[in-house]
Design a protein around this ligand. Structure first.
Ligand SMILES: *[C@@H]1O[C@H](CO)[C@@H](O)[C@H](O)[C@H]1NC(C)=O
Ligand SMILES: *[C@@H]1O[C@H](CO)[C@@H](O)[C@H](O)[C@H]1NC(C)=O
Ligand SMILES: *[C@@H]1O[C@H](CO)[C@@H](O)[C@H](O)[C@H]1NC(C)=O
Length: 227
């Protein structure tokens, strides 16, 4: 992320006693935040260097909290195999996007990094999704996921502990777990089924070979235009 990170919210959770939890919200240019990143005399607020220092602070904190992924062969946390750059596209609102590769053979997607929801979904065999190419996308290439075309794709059964909508399965023996999510903004929603497949990761240093991580995600079959 660079200077374009407009909506950066820096939050600190403070546990105050066993029962009370408090949440401090700090402005990204506040003295507190500048202090965290050692920025009192450093780069000017809003510059790429300012955000790089904040990201460095977050990275250190993440490591100290042991929230980072288990050390990868070659050391350090993992990043998406296509790189850890994020993009902000004017055509797609105020979210940041990252490129992820899924399946065998792999297909790539630009996924919105939405901190307000926890479902990872990609378009599947859709007829009316957003266009796969546009001058707005620059050199980015987009795909549609098809479970039938990926040799590593597996259905997630209704009986899976990851299946929240078990009550909506057609029958107990149903082979696919459905999902449904509605977003507050822009009247958008996503519906479909859960699948398991591989996600490609590389060590953040980019030096070790690519790892295939099995993950469960959602494939959207609503065949509607999103965003
Ligand atoms: C992740 O970002 C860092 C800092 O910009 C860079 O040095 C590294 O090569 C990137 N790693 C990958 C896998 O893109
Ligand atoms: C995805 O497949 C292409 C070939 O179609 C290959 O060049 C690329 O390295 C693959 N990406 C990953 C992350 O495996
Ligand atoms: C939102 O969705 C509802 C129901 O599908 C529709 O009636 C309404 O016109 C939509 N609103 C906008 C702003 O698209």
């Amino acid at each position: 992320m660079g200077a374009a990170a407009r909506a950066l919210l820096l939050l600190a959770l403070v546990a105050a006693g066993a029962e009370a939890l408090s949440l401090d919200v700090h402005h990204r240019y506040s003295a507190t935040v500048r202090g965290w990143a050692g920025l009192r005399t450093g780069p000017a607020p809003g510059t790429a260097e300012y955000y790089a220092a904040l990201a460095g602070h977050d990275d250190l904190r993440r490591r100290s909290l042991s929230l980072a992924a288990a050390p990868a062969p070659g050391g350090g946390p993992f990043a998406f195999a296509d790189g850890n750059d994020t993009y902000r596209l004017n055509a797609f609102g105020f979210l940041h996007y990252a490129v992820v590769a899924l399946g065998t053979p792999n297909v790539t997607f630009l996924v919105a990094l939405d901190t307000g929801s926890d479902l990872f979904w990609v378009p599947c065999d859709c007829l009316k999704c957003a266009p796969l190419s546009s001058p707005e996308y620059g050199n980015l290439k987009f795909d549609v996921y098809s479970p039938r075309k990926s040799s590593t794709s597996r259905k997630v059964p209704c009986s899976s502990s990851l299946c929240d909508l078990q009550t909506e399965c057609n029958s107990a023996a149903s082979k696919s777990c459905p999902y449904s999510i509605e977003y507050l903004s822009d009247n958008t929603s996503s519906n479909g089924v859960l699948v398991e497949d591989v996600l490609y990761l590389a060590t953040e240093s980019g030096k070790s070979k690519i790892t295939q991580a099995p993950i469960t995600f959602a494939v959207d079959r609503s065949r509607r235009v999103h965003f």
